[in-house]
Design a protein. Structure first.
Length: 924
């Protein structure tokens, strides 16, 4: 189809579519909206007429109510005054209020007075037939308003009970006013009429019945109205009205004109025809314009293109350039295109010549690339890493020499075979799943183990990648030999899990192994024997670490010689071993096993000309009898060993509930002690130390600060209980630091009161071993310039832990001006040789000797101690003096100073200050 016809067709179709749209819009939108608008107008008109009729009823009802609640009406019913009738029920009065009938009845329905007005006449009577209607229907008993038929006339009646105006008194009857329907004149310009059904013949009644049953009903204010079309100019509405007994009485007929609807409908037709004519005119104009502006210029351009195509004549469309629109742009573009085609055709031969030159050059380059590929293939073949190239089906395309050496296959045995021909082994992944991961992520790396054709394994690091190029998809697997790396890992694992001295599994290995065994559901029972060498520190300190190491190696060998197949020995610490044994059919076997280990360890050792005798203590727990948890087993075996060390070194104990109770108490004390430090529940009491003066009185020279745990003025735990806990769990360092700070505060308080005595502080072994101990002392005391008048009490057993270190620390403390007292002397292993090397100032004789003073042999021991002290230039202090007899004896045995309950129990600082004068006047 030619363009001009297409344009004409498009314009015509658009005009028709627009016309159809107008018709559619008018039919389905304008008309329904107009219909709704007209229905609204009709409904409002009908509603207005119905409201006027309702107002007439309401007016009659109001008039009746005004008469009924009038006191004169109330009195008339009682007293029957005639002047009430003359004044209120005259012809003029009834006509004025628009009443045709009036009646006054008593409560029983008896007529008291009745009057009837018809036309210009009035009669004092009320028809008995009408009265009977009221009586029979019971209307006289209540208020009412509505319509009734009587004697073929329709009346509007209103009845209201007679009451006093103030509402008091009983109901005395009822006043009834009536008005004939034909006397009702509605204040409206609309045409209406009342159709009395009694006046209609049978045909007319049938017609009315048909209207009532029809579906042409609308609801106006919840009332059904029959709406019909009388003729082309008028709507008619029928409003059925029932009488007071509920029977249909008459129809209220209302006429509504259709003139507005007709006018609008006519206007719609005129508009549609106008639009149609206007559309035809537009089609003709547009067709003419398009033909001139588009069709003819396009035909000219097409003819020029044909001439160029078939004759290669380049005619230009210069006459169209002046249009300055799309046609001129098209003409210019086509002319330019024709010129370019001619120019490009001229260049085509030149391009072909140059292309031939490039082909020759490319051929030369490809030969060079081919040599490079051969070189790359050579490099791939000789590289140390194994390389496998697979196609998308996992068939082997290429392998290098390293792969052939790793697996022991020839290349021809592998090419085009599936990768499954090679044996790979992975720990946590299926080999073929690796290819899925490579597809998703582009790579996979991990450890694997390969097996050659002789089933010899080799650990490798596998890197897998996926490449796509030139339509090909390939997997590249690179295998690196990591056997030497694995050997290094095994060496590192040995360092991490084995003790270098004894070659036994270490603590890390033990923890790992124990967790694995407990987690293993197959495991039924086992026992842990926690072994600690008694006095090993003494061997180390006295004979040296080389001898100590050889002792540990021998002990490890002896323990191994005692175990059965499947048992494991671990070295946990310096002198601690643990045996994991599964041979626990009964307790006797475990007892024999423990005795065997103890006896084997206690056999003499001869090392470097030293005859050494070692002993061991063992704590034993059983799984699952004693506990089933990892933490519980470790805690209980540790508590059991601690109990052995406390009771009888060189023996063994099974875990028991008694130990558990002690351990529970230990944990309670441990937890409470942590809170006590935070809540300031720790106190320092003073127990004075006395010296006899020249006049025979005992005076205070110093005071020992003793730690107490006080809560609510009561001692929570004795010192010997909670101090042991603090020493075992390491809290003694924190407690010791607190004691130092509190001692400084007490010292300041005493100085403020003018009391200058030496204060003794107990220092634990853990504090001495703490690298910050000396720095803390210097910081706390030196900066406050009160280094003098302090005495540090250190137990004799501290020397056993490391004599050389103890001696060094003692000397450093002495340099600070602090004196040193050796506490609990006689309970340890000190020798005169040791004492002579220590820079001590006092020896405190243990209360165990003092309590036995006077018994056979003990006086000699005390005398030997005091004599030795004097020879060393050291003063002695007798601890635990309980009575006068002990005091006299100790004084005679050469003791310099005395401390004990005979003089004073430990008391708080305030009490000490208050009683100082009394304490200083003790005589014997």
């Amino acid at each position: 189809m030619r363009l001009k016809y297409k344009i004409l067709k498009t314009i015509v179709l658009n005009i028709l579519a627009y016309f159809l749209f107008i018709i559619f819009f008018q039919s389905f939108y304008i008309r329904p909206k107009f219909k709704m608008f007209m229905e609204s107008i009709i409904s409002n008109e009908i509603q207005r007429e119905m409201d006027l009729l309702e107002k007439e009823l309401e007016l009659l009802h109001v008039t009746t109510r005004d008469y009924a609640i009038w006191d004169e009406s109330y009195d008339f019913v009682i007293y029957k005054h005639k002047d009430y009738i003359e004044k209120n029920y005259s012809f003029a009065s009834l006509k004025n209020i628009g009443v045709s009938l009036a009646a006054i009845l008593d409560n029983n329905g008896n007529l008291i007075y009745g009057i009837t007005r018809k036309n210009e006449e009035i009669k004092d009577y009320f028809d008995e037939g009408l009265l009977d209607k009221f009586i029979l229907t019971g209307l006289h008993k209540s208020n009412f308003v509505g319509f009734l038929e009587f004697d073929k006339d329709i009346y509007c009646f209103a009845g209201e009970g007679i009451h006093k105006s103030d509402g008091t008194g009983d109901r005395k009857g009822i006043i009834i006013f009536g008005k004939r329907l034909d006397e009702i004149k509605l204040n409206t310009q609309s045409k209406y009429e009342f159709i009395n059904l009694l006046d209609l013949n049978k045909n007319e009644l049938d017609k009315i019945e048909g209207l009532i049953k029809s579906k042409n009903k609308v609801k106006i204010s919840q009332k059904e109205v029959i709406l019909t079309i009388e003729n082309k100019d008028t709507y008619v509405a029928y409003y059925p009205i029932k009488d007071l007994t509920g029977n249909l009485l008459f129809l209220f007929k209302i006429y509504v004109p259709k003139d507005m609807e007709n006018k609008i409908e006519y206007m719609g037709i005129v508009i549609a025809l106008t639009i149609l004519l206007f559309g035809v005119l537009i089609v003709l104009i547009l067709n003419f314009k398009f033909s001139k502006l588009i069709n003819k210029p396009l035909e000219q351009i097409m003819n020029n293109i044909k001439d160029f195509t078939y004759k290669m004549e380049n005619k230009l469309n210069i006459d169209l350039y002046g249009r300055k629109d799309e046609i001129s742009d098209l003409a210019k573009s086509i002319d330019i295109l024709k010129s370019e085609i001619i120019a490009k055709q001229n260049n085509l031969e030149d391009i072909n010549r140059r292309l031939e030159i490039r082909v020759k050059k490319r051929t030369k380059e490809l030969k060079i690339k081919n040599k490079e590929i051969l070189l790359s293939d050579k490099i791939l073949s000789e590289t140390l890493e194994g390389v496998i190239i697979l196609d998308s089906d996992k068939r082997i395309l290429k392998v290098n020499k390293a792969i052939k050496n790793m697996f022991g296959f020839k290349e021809e045995d592998l090419i085009q075979n599936k990768i499954d021909i090679l044996n790979f082994e992975f720990d946590n992944i299926n080999f073929h799943n690796i290819f899925d991961i490579v597809q998703q992520k582009g790579y996979w790396r991990g450890e694997a183990r390969i097996y050659n054709k002789n089933d010899v394994s080799l650990p490798v690091w596998l890197s897998a990648t996926f490449l796509q190029f030139n339509g090909y998809k390939v997997y590249i697997l690179i295998l690196s030999d990591i056997s030497k790396l694995k050997e290094k890992e095994e060496e590192l694992e040995k360092l991490a899990y084995y003790d270098l001295l004894t070659n036994l599994p270490n603590r890390n290995f033990f923890m790992k192994k124990l967790k694995e065994i407990i987690d293993d559901t197959i495991c039924k029972s086992f026992a842990l024997l926690f072994i600690d060498l008694d006095g090993f520190k003494v061997i180390n300190d006295t004979l040296g670490h080389d001898i100590g190491d050889k002792v540990l190696i021998n002990v490890a060998d002896r323990i191994i010689s005692c175990i059965d197949k499947g048992d494991i020995v671990f070295r946990l610490g310096e002198d601690e071993f643990i045996v994991l044994t599964f041979n626990i059919d009964n307790e006797y076997k475990v007892r024999d096993f423990a005795n065997k280990i103890i006896n084997e360890i206690s056999k003499p050792l001869f090392i470097n000309n030293f005859d050494i005798k070692a002993s061991a203590s063992i704590g034993i727990v059983k799984y699952p009898k004693d506990d089933i948890t990892f933490e519980g087993l470790l805690r209980k075996v540790d508590a059991t060993l601690y109990e052995v060390k406390e009771k009888e070194k060189g023996g063994f104990l099974f875990f028991s509930q008694e130990i558990e109770k002690k351990n529970k108490k230990f944990r309670e004390i441990e937890t409470g002690l942590r809170r006590a430090l935070v809540n300031n529940e720790l106190r320092l009491y003073i127990q004075p130390i006395f010296r006899e003066s020249n006049n025979g009185e005992f005076v205070i020279t110093k005071g020992e600060l003793l730690l107490r745990w006080i809560r609510n003025n009561r001692i929570v735990y004795p010192p010997d209980e909670f101090i042991k806990v603090a020493e075992k769990n390491g809290m003694i360092v924190d407690v010791g630091n607190w004691i130092l700070k509190e001692a400084y505060r007490i010292r300041q308080k005493l100085i403020e009161k003018g009391i200058y005595i030496d204060l003794c502080i107990n220092i634990s072994a853990k504090q001495l071993e703490n690298k910050d101990f000396l720095n803390n002392i210097k910081y706390l005391f030196d900066e406050k310039n009160i280094l003098e008048n302090w005495i540090f009490e250190i137990t004799e057993n501290v020397l056993i832990r490391d004599f050389n270190i103890s001696t060094h620390i003692f000397k450093e403390v002495k340099k600070l001006g602090i004196k040193i007292a050796l506490d609990d002397f006689g309970t340890g292993y000190s020798s005169i040789n040791y004492l002579s090397q220590l820079p001590i100032d006092y020896i405190k004789i243990d209360r165990s000797f003092i309590s036995k003073a006077g018994q056979d042999g003990f006086n000699g021991v005390i005398l030997a101690i005091t004599s030795m002290a004097k020879s060393l230039g050291v003063k002695t202090v007798a601890e635990g003096v309980e009575n006068k007899e002990q005091l006299k004896l100790l004084r005679n045995l050469g003791c310099d100073e005395f401390q004990g309950y005979f003089f004073s129990k430990p008391i708080d600082v305030e009490e000490f200050i208050r009683n100082l004068n009394l304490l200083n006047k003790i005589k014997i």
